[in-house]
Design a protein around this ligand. Structure first.
Ligand code: BJW
Ligand code: ZN
Length: 244
């Protein structure tokens, strides 16, 4: 099928869907200037996310991990939501049964006004005490290294889910519900290699949802989904909201 007829089909599906779930990854923020993890600009000082985003890396060298986050906080602080984030927010307003699952920690969906969302890997603008567990907002750029808890003076860490750590139970429960109950799942800008999110398209498919992927390139999920639109999220997602 041509891209034009795929686009029309997806628009028809969206306009008749009762429940819509959207899953986003780094690709949706790439158009705002946030580097993706597995793209050419995903390295920092030759480290990959897998080298730094682990509890072991933080235990070994918390300063190094915080320096990486400082670099990312500086970069993300200068970015703004793009047309794709804004279109996802408009979809939320248009559909009463809507949920957004984002793997992104940059907060750009919230900045665009999205409210019905789970940030399943956390948020770069929140910190958590490694001892008492208190979570608080922190927008310092740069953040003082090493940042310390105001309550107990222990070291703070980013409130982010690292490799080998479980996602928060409330997020997993919410995801299970919205994946099982949706009529359509839109998967936007994720490489589909990091679990558990990499399994979400398959869960929605098994329970009868129509699953569509929007990505620059094919992914491991492409064979499983009902339809793929190749291109930039900022160009394609707004088209989905145009009149049929
Ligand atoms: C565009 C575009 C444009 C570009 N428009 N598109 C085997 C089975 C199951 C699990 C595991 C397993 N082996 C290991 C695991 C566990 C592990 C895992 O999945 N590892 C894989 C690498 C294999 N998962 C975990 O540890 C998770 N916890 C968990 O599973 O707990 C239970 C458990 C533990 C241990 C063992 C088994 C079970 C936690 C995962 C937390 C991930 N956190 C990170 C880092 C956070 C650091 C930070 O941000 O500060 O989250 S990893 C990193 O990847 C980040 C992202 O959210 C995540 C996903 O990446 P994403 O969004 O897909 O980005 P990219 O760069 O990969 O892709 C971008 C895509 O966009 C590409 O496709 C481009 O083409 C596209 N694109 N420009 C449209 N303009
Ligand atoms: Zn504390």
């Amino acid at each position: 099928m041509s891209r034009g007829s795929d686009l029309t089909l997806l628009k028809e599906k969206l306009s008749s869907a009762g429940a819509i779930t959207v899953l986003t990854g780094a690709g949706i923020s790439a158009d705002s200037g946030v580097p993706t993890f597995r793209g050419v600009d995903g390295l920092w000082r030759n480290y990959r996310a897998e080298d730094l985003a682990t509890p072991e890396a933080f235990e070994r060298d918390p300063r190094l991990v915080w320096e990486w986050y400082n670099w990312r906080r500086e970069l993300i602080a200068t970015t703004r939501p793009n047309d794709a984030h804004r279109a996802v927010e408009r979809l939320e307003r248009r559909c009463t049964d809507f949920w957004l699952i984002t793997q992104n920690v940059d907060g750009l969906h919230r900045d665009a006004g999205s409210q019905k969302l789970s940030e399943i890997h956390g948020n770069i603008w929140k910190v958590r005490c490694t001892d008492c567990g208190a979570v608080e907002d922190n927008r310092d750029v740069p953040i003082a290294i090493l940042p310390r808890c105001r309550r107990c003076d222990s070291v703070l860490r980013p409130h982010i889910v690292w490799f080998g750590e479980s996602l928060f139970a409330k997020d997993l429960e919410q995801c299970a519900m919205v994946l099982r109950n949706c009529d359509i799942l839109l998967v936007i800008g994720t490489s589909g290699v990091v679990y558990p999110a990499a399994g979400f398209a398959s869960i929605a498919k098994q329970t009868g949802a129509f699953v569509a992927e929007i990505n620059l390139d094919p992914t491991p999920q492409s064979a499983l989904v009902d339809l793929t639109l190749h291109g930039r999220a900022k160009d394609i997602v707004p088209l989905l909201l145009e009149p049929l």
